[in-house]
Design a protein around this ligand. Structure first.
Ligand code: ADP
Length: 255
């Protein structure tokens, strides 16, 4: 199975008939079990591209398709601001996507318990969102996405509203979870360190129009990239990416 992003372009036209080219000539493939990170400064089209791959927006040109799969692909998206149902418990929020599908009650319970445990919320499964911290809410969102066992997991800046420490812990936890689930993932961030920490490949986008500037395979073991022995290599990747987006990042600040 793989997901092909084939020459995707997207333009937006405002009420004054002014056209913004958000994306142009986007070509890449997400392979099975691959973790691909889109990185670039604000306004380079990361969210637009994620929404197109997730089927929430249609491309103006080109297409996105799944290869090697004989059913409708199953997708799950985790957003920065997780929209949990405040009147549902953690458990009820996690099973939301499963209820939509024809899954037996027994199977729903087994899957929910399994994924609630995976995101470390077993002791909180009867709690309501208002009783949870920001990091815990994000875990619920991740649990809900995992529970549908998607063919592709999409994540749009999932940790950027969290404080720095929680964010670091969540990144570590996401890697542990990914190691268990091995889901094909498309992850959006403007944070270069996060991209190098998580990715099998980093796709660097440029702005106006959003194009692929470079695709960088991160040739480091997936786990333990934060450890001392990898520091030099880690910093080299981060620096390489920063040099690519530096100019665009400065321009983005002026807008
Ligand atoms: P990023 O996620 O990298 O910050 P976006 O995908 O949000 O970038 O936006 C890319 C470009 O497309 C920006 O110039 C933005 O203003 C424009 N854009 C995004 N969504 C819309 C929309 N619905 N209507 C008009 N322009 C949009």
């Amino acid at each position: 199975m793989k997901i092909v992003i084939d020459d995707v372009g997207k333009t937006f036209t405002n009420t004054k008939k002014e056209v913004t080219t958000a994306l142009e000539n986007i070509n890449f493939t997400i392979h099975e079990k691959e973790f691909v990170v889109l990185v670039g400064p604000s306004g380079c089209g990361k969210s637009t591209l994620l929404n197109i791959v997730g089927g929430l927006l249609s491309p103006t040109t080109g297409s996105v398709y799944f290869e090697g799969i004989d059913k409708d692909p199953n997708l799950a998206i985790v957003f920065q601001e997780i929209a949990l149902f405040p009147w549902r418990t953690v458990y009820q929020n996690v099973i939301y996507g499963l209820e939509e599908r024809k899954v037996s009650k027994q199977e729903i319970k087994e899957k929910a318990d399994y994924y609630i445990d995976m995101v470390g919320l077993t002791d909180f499964k009867d709690a309501y969102p208002k009783q949870l911290s920001g990091g815990m809410k994000q875990r619920v969102g991740i649990g809900r996405a995992l529970a549908v066992e998607p063919d592709l997991l999409l994540m749009d800046e999932p940790f950027s509203a969290l404080d720095a420490q929680t964010r670091t812990l969540m990144q570590e936890e996401l890697l542990t979870i990914w190691n268990r689930t091995q889901l094909s993932t498309l992850y959006v961030t403007h944070n270069i360190q996060e991209a190098v920490y998580l990715a099998d490949r980093v796709i660097v986008l440029s702005r106006h129009p959003g194009r692929i500037k470079s695709i960088i395979p991160i040739d480091m073991p997936k786990m333990g990239r934060g450890e001392e022995q990898h520091r030099e290599q880690f910093e080299r990747y981060a620096e390489e990416i920063w040099q690519m987006i530096r100019h665009d990042a400065v321009e983005a600040l002026k807008e």
